[in-house]
Write a protein that binds this ligand. Structure first.
Ligand SMILES: *[C@@H]1O[C@H](CO)[C@@H](O)[C@H](O)[C@H]1NC(C)=O
Ligand SMILES: *[C@@H]1O[C@H](CO)[C@@H](O)[C@H](O)[C@H]1NC(C)=O
Ligand SMILES: *[C@@H]1O[C@H](CO)[C@@H](O)[C@H](O)[C@H]1NC(C)=O
Length: 366
């Protein structure tokens, strides 16, 4: 073929990849027949599969957001290898996208941060199984913490952990990475399995707003009595409005390029709304897996498997429907907020959208 015939080249590459996958599937059928033990089967697959995966990396495979109906009919038995392969491909693509966006100099200020004490405070350590977990609120973090507390051995099952202990890191046997010396921190960052969970950045902000300023179920009065008045004083446009913090005020605060002086006053409470970049330093720390809340039904078991702990613990049951992205809700919250304020908000969170493959919310911006 002509040297300029790029398409032809790509089709050949694609065909070659399908051939590799096909051969792998034939091989996996053979292995199933040979070793009836499903555990042996699972263990044998992985290295093979990842070899096949690396050959496919160059081809654009759009990451699907699978619907919960699909994940409920989990394929079992013979098709399990295809499911695993799909999962691995999704995660290989996520990490690849992340490292590409990290290298994008135009987004540098939005994707990079320093591994500060603030970041090290967000990361929890399970030494027994060599796991680091970066906490990103509003994506089922309490459940992950419970899983790790059980693994560290302070309690023998998730049900036995008292609610008030989950976030009490003096008593729950789940240390923060910041509590170690510099060399011990470095060692763990280099060697351990590292993960965190993200969700659509705007939906996350809505969730944080509702949880902290509207419902406040854990009775944390400082959100309404200290933080909300602080935001209202500086960002409320309508001076005759007397209701508590409105989502519009919150958006104006978050989108203000000079938000930092208020952040400093709010202390660590800002973890509920600062960017994932600021919380977990995803371009500085080489995370092994990044779970998505929208596909948690698939991602949670995948993370347990990759961390090598799936035989020890399982992720608590996820109530149906709660992980699905709800565009209607997002539109509802942003209706009545000026395009200028929404664009400023997006300008701050663009790094989170791009790094984790969330689509730009053009229905709000244009
Ligand atoms: C990034 O931040 C630095 C310092 O805050 C600033 O000088 C630079 O212009 C910013 N770059 C971009 C692309 O915004
Ligand atoms: C300001 O808030 C008051 C009270 O909620 C409302 O009646 C009024 O319409 C608002 N004004 C504007 C310009 O939005
Ligand atoms: C999406 O959010 C809207 C408004 O909050 C709610 O009425 C609706 O039930 C939600 N849809 C789903 C599928 O959860």
């Amino acid at each position: 073929w002509l040297p300029s015939d790029n398409m032809h080249h790509q089709w050949l590459l694609l065909a070659a990849c399908f051939w590799v996958i096909f051969m792998f599937m034939v091989a996996s059928k053979f292995i199933t027949l040979t070793f009836k033990d499903p555990d042996v089967y699972g263990v044998k697959q992985e290295p093979l599969m990842l070899t096949a995966m690396t050959k496919v990396e160059k081809i654009q495979v759009p990451e699907e957001k699978r619907l919960p109906e699909e994940s409920q009919n989990k394929p079992t038995g013979k098709v399990i290898s295809e499911d695993l392969m799909h999962q691995s491909l999704v995660h290989v693509k996520r990490i690849e996208l992340l490292s590409n966006v990290c290298r994008d100099t135009a987004l540098r200020n939005l994707s990079h941060t320093t591994i500060s004490k603030f970041v090290l405070d967000r990361i929890f350590v399970c030494d027994k199984h060599k796991i680091l977990f970066c906490q990103t609120p509003k994506v089922g973090n309490t459940q992950w913490k419970k899983v790790l507390i059980v693994l560290n051995g302070a309690f023998s099952s998730i049900d036995e952990i008292p609610e008030n202990i989950v976030h009490d890191h003096e008593k729950n046997g789940l240390p923060r990475l910041s509590s170690f010396s510099d060399s011990e921190i470095q060692k763990r960052l280099n060697l351990y399995f590292k993960f965190f969970i993200v969700r659509d950045p705007f939906e996350r902000l809505i969730s944080a707003f509702k949880d902290k300023f509207v419902h406040n179920p854990r009775f944390e009065p400082w959100y309404r009595h200290e933080i909300a008045p602080g935001i209202i004083r500086k960002y409320r446009k309508n001076r005759t409005e007397t209701r508590g913090l409105q989502f519009e005020d919150f958006v104006r605060y978050l989108g203000d390029p000079n938000h930092r002086w208020l952040d400093v006053q709010f202390g660590d409470h800002i973890i509920h709304w600062v960017t994932y970049v600021e919380l977990c330093a995803p371009c500085e720390i080489r995370y092994s897996v990044i779970g998505h809340h929208e596909t948690l039904e698939d991602d949670a078991p995948y993370i347990l498997k990759e961390a090598g702990i799936d035989h020890l613990v399982s992720y608590p049951t996820i109530p149906p429907g709660i992980t699905v992205y709800n565009k209607t809700k997002v539109e509802h919250y942003f209706s009545g907020i000026s395009k200028r304020d929404i664009r400023r908000l997006y300008a701050r969170f663009e790094g989170d959208f791009k790094l984790f493959g969330y689509r730009e919310p053009d229905f709000l911006l244009n």
